[in-house]
Ligand binder design. Sequence first.
Ligand SMILES: [Zn+2]
Length: 322
Amino acid sequence: MPGQLSRAGTAPLAVPVGDGVYLIDTLYARPGLAASHLVVDAGRAAFVDTGAAPAAPRLLSALDELGISRDQVDYVFLTHVHLDHAGGAGQLIEALPNAMAVLHPRGAPHLVDPTKLIAGSIAVYGEATYRKLYGEILPIPAERVIVTEDRQRIRLGGRTFEFIDAPGHARHHHCPIDLDYRAVFAGDNFGICYRELDTESGPFMLPTTTPVHFDPDALHSTIRRMMSYGPKTIYQTHFGPVTQLERLERDLHDNLDGLVHIARQHSAAADRGARISADMYAYFDARLDAHGCRLSAEQRHLLIDDDVRLNTAGLEVWLDRS
Ligand SMILES: [Zn+2]
């Protein structure tokens, strides 16, 4: 394995997680926050999500490390076009001669011409943070894009993926489902499971209600539809494979209802955002205690404050719309 020599003594970039799937930390914002998955089957490969643009060289090095040549990569599956998932797609498509970007029909135009996507992300994150996190977004040539229909199937090596339209987090979200290994690549539709919050009870479910398309009814339906395939594994962009899926699904539906309830309670308050954030943090804090989490208040804030802030922003956009 050529790459093993060049990186001797260092941790591998691509961590095997079973069933021909490798997890690569894109180091977006901090370690353990945003993953890319690489699926390898019968000598062919596909990335599922890419992290932000600064991660692209890391993903290419991971291929080198595994001895997979660039022309063996057939696809870059993008669950949706938020930049922590798809920001590096342009760089990868440029570097991978045979790879096609596979996108939801509502997402594809935004990577072929990323102007609006960049402006929208600056609106959410602010200019300074945006530049630091996202680097340069390269457009993808239209002829390198496959746009999926609901239930479209795509073969990779010996396995078949079925793509489902998956609204709720974003209207440009689809999910590849690996029919042979019973796995769902959920993007942002199955909440977030930071591994730092794992306890002997398993992963901790942190729901996402982020801007600007959050739609609780659609998200509940999408979660049920993903689970209707009877998956044994869900691969989370945030962060990695999870099992215990029935328990996590229950927690996710409960948590989404809990957050929507908090938002509705404060919908008329002048300091609506501050109240929603405070209640949301307290809600997660209590659930972390019940989950057996032993992290300090300081550690918890470091891990979840950004999500509380973005979740609050998404709930406020939803309140204004509904
Ligand atoms: Zn997203």
